[in-house]
Ligand binder design. Sequence first.
Ligand SMILES: Nc1ncnc2c1ncn2[C@@H]1O[C@H](COP(=O)(O)OP(=O)(O)OP(=O)(O)O)[C@@H](O)[C@H]1O
Length: 288
Amino acid sequence: MRLKIKKRLKGKEEDFVLDVDISVKDGSIITIFGKSGAGKTTILRAIAGLTDVDEGFIEVSGHVWFDSEKGIDLPPHKREVGFVFQDYALFPNMTVEENIAFGMKDKDTAFLEEILELTELSHLRNRMPDTLSGGQKQRVALARAVARKPEILLLDEPLSALDYETRKKLQDELIKIHRRFSLTTVIISHDFSEVFRLSDTVFVLDKGKILKSGKPEDIFIQERISGKVKFSGTVLSVEEDETVFIVSVLIGNNVVKVIADPEEAENLQKGDTVIVATKAFNPFLLKT
Ligand SMILES: Nc1ncnc2c1ncn2[C@@H]1O[C@H](COP(=O)(O)OP(=O)(O)OP(=O)(O)O)[C@@H](O)[C@H]1O
């Protein structure tokens, strides 16, 4: 996928230019991470053809959808896009199965069955959307997007309205779907652990420009942790202790206990990989 776009945007205080040039291998999962108003949603809308772009070039799986120099600008229905928004946007008067089948180009029942199974929706196929939980609704939205057999999957903060457990489950589902279809996937996310878990490459966007890009581990370490010493470990337990949480982390053969505030602890569970960092490093050495 090559995405090179320029568009003047109205910012909160002043106008700015969205100016990005992203090139990734087809089949990758990338995340766009950035503050509110940075231009993240506009990027997805530009790919889908839902917003005009001043100039640029958009190519997905070898197909050119937009090229301002050559005057190419495919309308949204000609761009093979699966879009999932934060707010589900299901058809309220259709069953789960009808919602998923709606976007399908051909009546491929075997494929529909596979998607229902993959997203664990088979048993809910005859339910109406308003009888579903948030997580189930979002699984339907995801299944519907994939059922179109798109060339690219665009996910605009798809999990942010869900609680932690449900989010984790849907992340697993997304990974499963990605493994099965190798779909180029662009995710917008504010959630650090999500970026870490899901993406091959993260692009940090600020006021319309890509500040940096790379593997989540690299960006994560540079962005969040500038400590003098860092270790990577596995969370063994998260225990509440009055107003704070005690997180036990296995580093090598040692268990280190780290105090975390409720917000940090909410995003952690047994088995997560974390980085333990400290700025004040004043060790003593014991010969063994
Ligand atoms: N068609 C448009 N023309 C001009 N400005 C626009 C247009 N669409 C959006 N904007 C402006 O561009 C800025 C970026 O909007 P965008 O929705 O892309 O940000 P975002 O990074 O997705 O933010 P959030 O995380 O809050 O959703 C906003 O200030 C918005 O008002």
